[in-house]
Design a protein around this ligand. Structure first.
Ligand SMILES: C[S@@+](CC[C@H](N)C(=O)[O-])C[C@H]1O[C@@H](n2cnc3c(N)ncnc32)[C@H](O)[C@@H]1O
Length: 322
C-alpha cells in the first residue's frame, strides 16, 4: 500500500530551490535531498557496499546485534515510522524482533519513489508486518503517520544511517525539536549517528577510488539538466570531498574547472560560475557521544541507551520523548 505525495508541482519547488541555491551570494549550494532521484537512490545503494564507506555496515552490525534489546525497551503496541528508509535492508532486524511478539505496522517515509519501491520489495516477506509506504518529506510523512495511530499505540521512529548529520548544525537540533512536537511522551526515536574518526578515513569514505560517490554527486547536475532543461556540462565539474574542522563535517562539493555560464531553461535564468568556485551539495556531520545526548535533551528527548560500534565508530541512540 502507498500514501501518495500531495505536492502541488514538485518541478516548481525544485526549480525554486535550485535557483535560490545557485544565485545565493557567497557559497553556492543545492539541497542534498535532490541527490536521490532514481539513479541517485541506486548509486547510494552501491556506496553502502563500498569498502571505504564503513558507515552502513557499522549501523547494520549494531542493529543485528541489539535489535531484541532495543525493541524490548519500547513497551506496548508499537507503530514504526522510518524517516528516509532508503532500501530498508537494515530495518529488517528491528521489524523481525518486533513482529515476533505482535503484528506490526511499518511506515517508510521517503522522498524518493525508487527508494520506497526498493524498501517495500526488500521487507515484503516478513510475516506479521504490514507496510504502508509514504512518499513524503520527513515531517509531513511523520504527521500523516501520527494522525493514523490508534489510542494507546506507541510510536517508534527510526532515523538511521546518520542521515541527521545531513542537517547543518544547529538545524539538526531544530529538526529533532520539530519531530518531538509531533510525538507523544513515551514515544521512541532510534537515531543512528556516525562518530568522529580520522580525517583521511572520512575523506576516503566520501571519495572512493571507483568514483561511485563522484557519480552520485555529479548525477545531481544530470537531474537538473533533465528536469529543469539546464545545460550543465558534467566534464567541467569535479567531485570534491573535504573535511571542515570548524563544523566537524565532511562536505561534498562540485568544483567548476573553468569559468562558465550555465542556463536553466525552465527557470529562465543564466548563472555565471567562476573557475574553482564550488557548489556545496551535502554535509555529513560527525558526532561525539556527549553531543548526541545534549542535542537530544535540547530537543525534548531523554537518551535511554547508546550502543557503539568500535570497528567503525558509530552509535545507535535510543531517545525517549519526555
Ligand atoms: C543517507 S540516505 C539513508 C538511507 C537509509 N536510511 C540508510 O541508512 O541507508 C537518506 C535517505 O533519505 C531520503 N531523503 C532525503 N531527504 C529527504 C526528505 N526531506 N524527506 C524524506 N526523505 C528524504 C533519501 O531519498 C534517502 O533514501
Amino acid at each position: 500500500m502507498l500514501i501518495h505525495p500531495i505536492v502541488a508541482d514538485p518541478v516548481i519547488d525544485f526549480a525554486e530551490d535550485v535557483c535560490s541555491g545557485l544565485c545565493k551570494p557567497g557559497q553556492k549550494e543545492l539541497p542534498s535531498k535532490y541527490l536521490y532521484d532514481e539513479i541517485g537512490s541506486r548509486l547510494f545503494e552501491v556506496i553502502c557496499a563500498l569498502p571505504e564507506y564503513g558507515l552502513t555496515r557499522a549501523d547494520e552490525r549494531l542493529l543485528r546485534k541489539h535489535a531484541r534489546e532495543i525493541v524490548d525497551r519500547v513497551r506496548g503496541e508499537v507503530v514504526v515510522a522510518e524517516l528516509g528508509s532508503g532500501s530498508g535492508k537494515k530495518t529488517r532486524w528491528i521489524l523481525e524482533a518486533l513482529s515476533r511478539h505482535r503484528p506490526t505496522s511499518y511506515y517508510p517515509i521517503e522522498i524518493s519513489a525508487t527508494a520506497l519501491a526498493m524498501c517495500e520489495r526488500e521487507l515484503a516477506d516478513i510475516d506479521a508486518v504490514s507496510i504502508v509506504g509514504c512518499e513524503r518529506e520527513y515531517l509531513d510523512g511523520l504527521l500523516e503517520v501520527a494522525a493514523r495511530r490508534l489510542r494507546g499505540q506507541r510510536m517508534l521512529v527510526l532515523f538511521l544511517g546518520s542521515t541527521i548529520g545531513n542537517f547543518d548544525r544547529p538545524a539538526d537540533v531544530s529538526f529533532l525539536r520539530e519531530m518531538r512536537l509531533i510525538l507523544e511522551p513515551g514515544d521512541a526515536l532510534l537515531l543512528g549517528t556516525d562518530l568522529e574518526k580520522p580525517v583521511l578515513q572520512l575523506i576516503d569514505a566520501y571519495d572512493d577510488p571507483l568514483g561511485v560517490t563522484a557519480a552520485f554527486n555529479l548525477n545531481l547536475l544530470t537531474r537538473i539538466n533533465r528536469e529543469l532543461n539546464a545545460d550543465f556540462n558534467l566534464a567541467r565539474f569535479e567531485h570534491v570531498s573535504r573535511f571542515n574542522p570548524d563544523t566537524r563535517s565532511v562536505e561534498m562539493h562540485l568544483r567548476s574547472t573553468r569559468h562558465q555560464i550555465v542556463t536553466l531553461g525552465k527557470a529562465g535564468i543564466s548563472v555565471p560560475i567562476l573557475e574553482d568556485e564550488t557548489i556545496w551539495t551535502e554535509t555529513s556531520h560527525k558526532y561525539s557521544l556527549n553531543e548526541v545526548v545534549s542535542m537530544s535533551e535540547e530537543a525534548g528527548f531523554r537518551c535511554d541507551a547508546q550502543w557503539i560500534d568500535h570497528e567503525w565508530p558509530f552509535a545507535e541512540n535510543l531517545l525517549i520523548a519526555e
